[in-house]
Write a new protein. Structure first.
Length: 355
């Protein structure tokens, strides 16, 4: 099978979610070469996730309707490839269908399909007609699978394949800590709506009022950053809540901090909580479906987003040693459940089914 090619197709190539995992995946396949089509170039000057990888990537130059027409022309040069798309939506999928792509893998990594009633009606209609007959569908969690079947279309059969993790990056390192060292609590991810970051800051303020020996760190970037920084400054907490920005070697955050506080209101999966556990760093995460699926054997890491949130989190922090012990047990389970080898084996079977 030497020489077969897989072409990824994604909306943007900025760090986040599945995008950062594509170079990792490509390195583990021995039978395929990889290209990528990026539908929209990021407005920032941030380096592409594909820089320095073995993936050849190109951006579409057009916007709006022109983007779909350009994509149709580009796809004509990829007719023999295995096309692997992520969260493309029904309109892009319809272009793929018109381009008569015969080898399509469509991976679902999201749960939001519309914002208005008009979008709901229109997109559900297009989903019904856009799915190519022989396309293979996967999802990164059972929750994202169920949301797709309920909100988009119940037409395809969908196989759940969890996101992969590089165990050479995310692994346990011993940390030195004494009673006088501040407990370092952090967030990692996009600074965007849905991540519950305003509540995160309020909770950090509450925790610090009860335990002065705590310090807080926020890793990542996004549209809410300036507003969040302004709120922290107005609360005179800039000496306790530190914004670290985006860092490429995010494993350092898990190694240097003591507890990941992740209060997202919705997720299709949640890479950061798995990465943190793999590094032996305890997690307190919101009790939402995706988190419940990840921590199905370890519910002690979860807390409901209700009126008791602040006190629940504080109580868990007071029992930090128990959380730490549990994180080491969970890490052993996660190394098997979310290994890159398991992920590659599943997609190798899927890619191979087209040959």
């Amino acid at each position: 099978m030497q020489g077969y090619k897989v072409t990824f197709i994604i909306w943007r190539d900025k760090p986040g979610g599945i995008e950062v995992l594509l170079p990792l995946m490509s390195r583990h396949f021995k039978k395929y070469s990889f290209d990528a089509i990026v539908l929209r170039k990021s407005r920032t000057n941030r380096t592409s996730v594909f820089e320095g990888s073995n993936i050849k990537f190109n951006y579409l130059k057009s916007l709006g309707l022109g983007m779909y027409l350009e994509l149709y022309k580009v796809l004509k040069n990829h007719g023999s490839d295995i096309l692997h798309g992520y969260n493309l939506g029904p309109y892009v999928l319809l272009v793929i269908k018109f381009a008569k792509i015969k080898k399509l893998v469509y991976s679902i990594h999201g749960t939001i399909y519309w914002k208005t009633k008009f979008q709901k009606v229109l997109r559900r209609l297009f989903w019904r007609i856009a799915i190519p007959e022989k396309a293979i569908f996967t999802s990164n969690s059972d929750y994202s699978k169920q949301m797709f079947l309920q909100r988009a279309t119940d037409k395809p059969a969908i196989k759940v394949i969890y996101n992969p993790f590089d165990l050479t990056r995310f692994h346990i390192k011993e940390k030195e800590k004494n009673e006088n060292t501040a407990l370092k609590i952090f967030y990692s991810g996009r600074l965007a709506d849905g991540k519950n970051l305003y509540t995160w800051i309020e909770l950090a303020e509450f925790i610090h009022s009860k335990n002065k020996n705590t310090e807080f760190f926020i890793y990542g970037d996004g549209p809410l950053k300036n507003d969040l920084v302004s709120i922290v400054n107005k609360k005179y907490l800039s000496n306790k809540i530190h914004f670290k920005g985006y860092i490429k070697d995010i494993e350092r955050a898990y190694e240097e901090n003591d507890l990941l506080l992740f209060l997202s209101e919705y997720e299709s999966f949640g890479n950061v909580v798995v990465e943190s556990i793999l590094c032996g760093t305890p997690v307190i995460a919101s009790k939402i479906p995706a988190m419940e699926e990840i921590f199905q054997d370890f519910p002690a890491f979860l807390t409901p987003l209700d009126d008791n949130l602040f006190n629940d989190v504080l109580k868990k922090i007071e029992d930090y040693d128990k959380l730490k012990e549990l994180s080491l047990k969970a890490a052993s389970s996660f190394r098997e459940r979310f290994s890159i080898e398991k992920h590659i084996l599943e997609f190798d079977k899927i890619y191979g089914s087209f040959q």
